[in-house]
Ligand binder design. Sequence first.
Ligand code: NAP
Length: 286
Amino acid sequence: MSAKLLEGKAVAENLKAKIKAEVEALKAKHGKTPKLLALQMCENASSAVYVKAQKKVAEALGIEYELRTVPDSIAQGEAEGLIKSLNNDANVTAVILQLPVPKAIDAKRLVNLIVPEKDAEGMHPQNLGKILLGQYRIGPCTAMAVMELLESTKVNLYGKEAVIVGHSEIVGKPLSLMLLNKFATTTVCHIATGERGILPEHVKQAEVLIVAVGKAGIVKGDWIKPGAIVVDVGINRVGDKIVGDVEFEGASQKASYITPVPGGVGPITTTILMRNTVELFKGQLK
Ligand code: NAP
């Protein structure tokens, strides 16, 4: 392997130290700390892991954290009423709706109901719109985590050929705007690119490649441009292993930097959630 490993842990630790110091300074100045409330409507193994990790990171950073669990029989109207009451609760400074939600619940409608000032995940249309305008301090956690990883390489993105594979609302689309804001020449590939059979053609041009599809090995190692920075967001279970969307063995021979999976983007996302929480709190103090 010739590529340097882009590990998320070191980036996350660095961010955590800054956030912790900021929370302490805000407390000293204003006598208050941010409070993140996680609303959970469905309990399952993966969401249990997430909320446990959120609580641990929040508390380590001096952020108050509350998990509010409601029965999965909750009706849409009742859930909307709950979000509205959290919007009006002065003690709660940020809200995250844990996914998944019960089948009868329209998650998007609930996310849009969280006021943008308390939108910890940066998924409210108003907060997403600010990314388009280049005026954002918070944003979707995974996309922001990718930007932190890229920043940690100290490589200037100005004029670089950036290719994103996957155009989801939580990763590919916001990331495309974030990269444009850095003046990267940004191409977004999606299902239609794959269906036309021209995914390799695009990937081969990438000096910065971000893959967020959710299909193990969809990007082949020999497609990687020599010296490319490769950020693999994908998480796929293959047998008893977790692997990414990029064939790691081949890609790591050609890339200059590459994320391991697991251990790349994942460790940073919860920390970004906390940074969003602190940024929202600062906005409310103004
Ligand atoms: P998603 O909403 O399912 O989006 C996948 C994207 O890939 C879609 O835009 C889809 O296009 C596109 N796609 C599907 N097949 C393709 C193909 N053959 N060629 C090109 N594009 C194709 O998934 P997501 O939520 O963005 O997550 C993507 C992956 O990242 C998953 O493995 C997920 O587990 C992982 N993830 C990791 C983290 C982390 O913290 N590390 C966080 C979030 C997600 P269409 O929509 O047009 O079908």
